[in-house]
Design a binder for this molecule. Structure first.
Ligand code: PLP
Length: 363
């Protein structure tokens, strides 16, 4: 079979070694004669998996002990509602930074539960997307929380700095669905971090939530039990049956990250991979990218052909070279190469090589 490099934005490729291990263990996990999917979540073997996954994640991200880790359901969007239900008062205010499709969606959902205020929005400056920096806006002490998205998966916009509220009065909530685990973080800068799993963690459906303990136990009365941070924290994320297979696979991914040298190493690799593509995009003007250099995503590299009538041919020929799922999101068009942790450097090199060759033939 031809080597396939899968640039899907999500569900995205998982590390080959992880998939191999899951395959090896599928029918006979730990010598039990069953798969991990077929055992009780309350039995000792699965509890070990769950605890090891959390311990590895805590080690990878240096999560302080005053933060709780939850393995929840409902993906990234589930948290668009869970966050306001858990950490805002009835009639409270949430403040938002809008930088692309996902932060816009999160604000629309938060509007069902809070009065939302938009503090700033990304804008085109000289044809490039720019996120206004925090000298131009500030978070009000009156807000229950501030929300932003660290990496806009659709638009290819990533923010490397962390917004601050005066005296840390307002919890910073970050949707990190598409760049969590791509680099080290200072967890203490955040009140809540959440991420749908299917980009950089594991199978879809699972949501990882890292929440500061003082934000647990202030949920609204009507909060559905399965979305209740307090109930889930008390029950070790097993208030109801958790997505056990996804949790197990996430655990394998965390182990894989540790064997690969942890997040500092990942950050280096991700820098190297994304640079390779942006250099290719910038080299002549045959390709273009419309995100200002300081906000270019290291995870989702968006690009357009100067002559968009060649788009279909580009995608078709890429596919015949084993470079798949490069079509941009339907809302923005063009191309998008999603190069999360699991994408090897060889995949990015193959794409850059193909882009060069395509330009030589059609430029
Ligand atoms: C994919 C994604 C989501 C939505 O995740 P679902 O699991 O589909 O709900 C939310 N935010 C960001 C930044 C994403 O990339």
């Amino acid at each position: 079979m031809q080597n396939i490099f899968n640039f899907s934005a999500g569900p995205a490729m998982l590390p080959k070694e992880v998939m191999q291990q899951a395959q090896d263990e599928m029918l006979n996990w730990r010598g039990l004669g069953t798969s991990v999917m077929e055992v009780s979540h309350r039995g000792k073997p699965f509890i070990e998996v769950a605890e090891k996954a959390e311990a590895d994640l805590r080690e990878l991200l240096s999560i302080p002990c005053n933060y709780t880790v939850l393995f929840m359901q409902g993906g990234g969007r589930g948290q668009f509602s869970a966050v306001p239900m858990n950490i805002s008062k009835q009639g409270g205010v949430s403040q938002h930074l809008l930088t692309g499709q996902w932060s816009v969606s999160a604000e629309a959902e938060a509007r069902k539960y809070t009065k939302t205020e938009i503090l700033a929005e990304s804008a085109l400056v000289d044809g490039k997307i720019v996120v206004p920096d925090q000298t131009l806006w500030s978070i009000s002490d009156q807000a229950d929380y501030f929300h932003y998205c660290t990496n806009e998966t659709v638009d290819g916009v990533e923010i490397d700095w962390v917004p601050k509220s005066d005296n840390d009065a307002v919890p910073i909530v970050a949707d990190m669905s598409s760049n969590i685990l791509s680099k080290p973080l200072n967890i203490e800068e955040y009140g809540v971090i959440y991420a749908g799993a299917q980009k950089n963690i594991g199978p879809s459906g699972l949501a990882l939530v890292i929440v500061r303990n003082d934000l647990i136990g202030i949920e609204r009365e009507q909060t559905p039990s399965i979305f209740n941070y307090q109930l889930q924290a008390k029950s070790g994320s097993m208030y109801n049956t958790p997505p056990t297979f996804s949790w197990y696979l996430a655990g394998l991914v965390f182990e894989w990250l540790k064997t690969k040298g942890g997040l500092a190493k990942m950050a280096q690799r991700n820098q190297e991979k994304s640079e390779l593509l942006y250099q290719q995009i910038d080299s002549t003007g045959f390709y273009k990218n419309n995100v200002h250099e300081s906000f270019r995503s290291k995870m989702n590299v968006t690009f357009q052909l100067q002559d968009s009538s060649l788009d279909a041919m580009f995608l078709e020929q890429a596919e015949s070279h084993g470079l798949v799922a490069l079509k941009g999101h339907r809302a923005v068009g063009g191309m998008r190469a999603s190069i999360y942790n699991a994408m090897p450097l060889e995949g990015v090199q193959a794409l850059a090589g193909f882009m060069k060759e395509f330009e030589r033939k059609h430029g």
